[in-house]
Structure formats: C-alpha cells, structure tokens
Design a binder for this molecule. Sequence first.
Ligand SMILES: Cc1cc2nc3c(=O)[nH]c(=O)nc-3n(C[C@H](O)[C@H](O)[C@H](O)COP(=O)(O)OP(=O)(O)OC[C@H]3O[C@@H](n4cnc5c(N)ncnc54)[C@H](O)[C@@H]3O)c2cc1C
Length: 316
Amino acid sequence: MKTWVFSTESDGEAAGSALEALTKARDFGGELGAVLVGEGSEAALAQLGAHGATTVLHAADNTSSGVIAAGVAAAVEAEQPDLLIFGMGNLDRDVAGRLSARLGKPILANAVDITEDGGTWRVASEILGGSTMVVTEFAGGSPAIVITRPKVFAAEPSGGGTPTVTAMDTPDIGHADAVEVLSQHAETSEGPDLEAAAIVVSGGRGMGDEARFGALNELAGILGGAVGATRAVVDAGWVPYSLQVGQTGKTVKPDLYVACGISGAMQHLVGMKDSTTIISINKDPEAPIFGISDLGIVGDVHTVVPALVEALKARG
Ligand SMILES: Cc1cc2nc3c(=O)[nH]c(=O)nc-3n(C[C@H](O)[C@H](O)[C@H](O)COP(=O)(O)OP(=O)(O)OC[C@H]3O[C@@H](n4cnc5c(N)ncnc54)[C@H](O)[C@@H]3O)c2cc1C
C-alpha cells in the first residue's frame, strides 16, 4: 500500500489537513509520502516526517497548480501510489481537479472517512446538513483521489524522522501554464485562530447590524474565544469572509460554540455541528439551531448577550 498526502506550507508549517491525513493514512500501513508545495523548510519537513511521511516530493512556492498537477501526475505514473489525499485548501482542490483530468481518475470530495477493503477504497461523506451519510466506492482503479473535510481526523505525531526529499520535475505544460502567482496574502486577525479556538462565539443576522455585532467581541474576549459568523453576516459586510463558518467557510470543532441570532441553516451547521457543546440564543423557539443545541436560550440577543457579559465579569 502506498499513500501520498498533499500539503502546502505556510510560515514554516505544513498544512494541518496534511498532518490529519497522514495520521489517518497510517491505518492503511505501507509507505507514506507527502507532496509539499512551499519553501520546504526543515520545520515543515520535520512535521510531515513526525506524522509518518518517509518521502516528500517538493515543489517550490508559487509553482502554478497546472505545473504541480503535471509534476504529480508524472510521479504517480512512475511510482503508482494507491491513494492520494488532499485537503480543502484552494491549491489542494485546484491541483486535485487537474490531476483527476490528467490521470483520467475520479475524485471523491468532502470525505469524512476513508476505508480500504481488499484493495477497494471507500469514502464516507455527509449530505443534507450532516443528517445522512453516503458511502461511495472507487471503481476506477488506482490511485483513488480523495479530498477530505478539515478536522475529521485528529493529527497525532508517530515519532517518525526527517523524510527523504526529492525535487518535483516541473514539466513544460505550454499554454496551460499561462498563469502566474503574483502574491500571496495571509489575513491577520486578533485573538485566537478561529479554526483552532477552544471557544467560538458566532453571530448571525439576528445580531441586527455591524455595530451591534461588535458586542460578540467582548463576550469572546472574556471567554478567551474567537468570533465567527454566518454567511449572511459576511455578505452584509459586517465582518470579513475569514470569520465565516460553514459549508463555504471554515469548519470548527471547539469545546464550546455559542450561536447568537443564527437560524441554523444546514450550510452553517456543517461547519460547526461537531462542536462538543453548543449553546444557542435565538428569539424564535422554532429556530432549527435549537435542534442541534445542548442548551437553548429563547430570547433577544441584545438582552441575553449583555447579561451574559455582566455575569461573567461579575465572576471575575
Ligand atoms: C451554496 C451555499 C453555501 C452557503 N454557505 C454558507 C456557509 O458557509 N455558512 C453560513 O453560515 N451560511 C451559508 N449559506 C447561507 C445559509 O443558507 C443561510 O442563509 C445563512 O446561514 C443564514 O444566516 P443567519 O442564520 O445569520 O441568518 P437568518 O437565517 O436570517 O437567521 C437569523 C436568525 O436570527 C434570529 N433573530 C433575529 N433577531 C434576533 C434577536 N434580536 N435575538 C435573537 N435572535 C434573533 C432569527 O429568529 C433567525 O433565526 C450558504 C448558502 C448557500 C446556498
């Protein structure tokens, strides 16, 4: 068995999705490798090695997705991996799609689990807001190409050493490479990282307007948590897209998720329903968010949130 995992690199760190996928891929045994696009820093390589990769195929930062896909396709043809795992990052999905076309192999996306039985790969994915699980089997031969959802596997190092690094051949792909990466921008934010925070305080359209949405910063600050938002709030321009939780935003899995004035549309739920404890505040007792909440407060956010802030301040 041979599994390769795709990773980007940011500030000397391998992608969290790759470390999660490597941890999962250790279940399948055999050889584990990574494709790393980025600087190729010692720290990132050490992380990939610590999570099980013994080989790394490295492409420099700013290599276009078309060239990366062509380079990976050539390596796949030479080395015949059985399974390729990508995350949900933009480059991951861009390369995976191009690779699928080059190799003539299907992709299964949104995976929440991957299993193997006698050489047959199966992928579990959730539909209808996570209420129904679908298991799909690859019938197209190797390699199986899978895109996994964030945080479905926990990243755990296995104590592996530094992997062997090979520079990726970057073939000339002609007009298909008529794209140049001019710059990359990492959005900076104050407070804990939304995807890693143990507590997330999220707001929806029920917060009323941009100014009143700001009340959530105070609550999150007191709790030591991060602020999240629904797409309705992002579309209204109250907060940047980087705070959006849901199907087309971030997936979070905190110990505590506080949903304020959020209806509970399935596109929002898929991004937060696996939180350990969910507390919701909504003035509509029939709001769907209450269906997945551990504790529901039926009330006006403009009354309940300030009262919560005062109570927490009083406790010191
Ligand atoms: C392809 C696609 C992808 C999408 N991706 C995402 C995504 O990633 N993330 C996401 O969030 N959405 C996403 N959406 C949008 C989603 O369908 C919903 O429209 C959105 O989540 C609704 O946001 P909301 O809960 O803030 O607003 P609403 O649905 O308008 O709900 C507002 C809630 O606030 C309550 N409320 C109002 N006033 C108060 C008050 N004073 N006190 C207490 N409660 C109050 C109301 O009762 C209501 O339940 C997507 C949609 C599509 C079609």
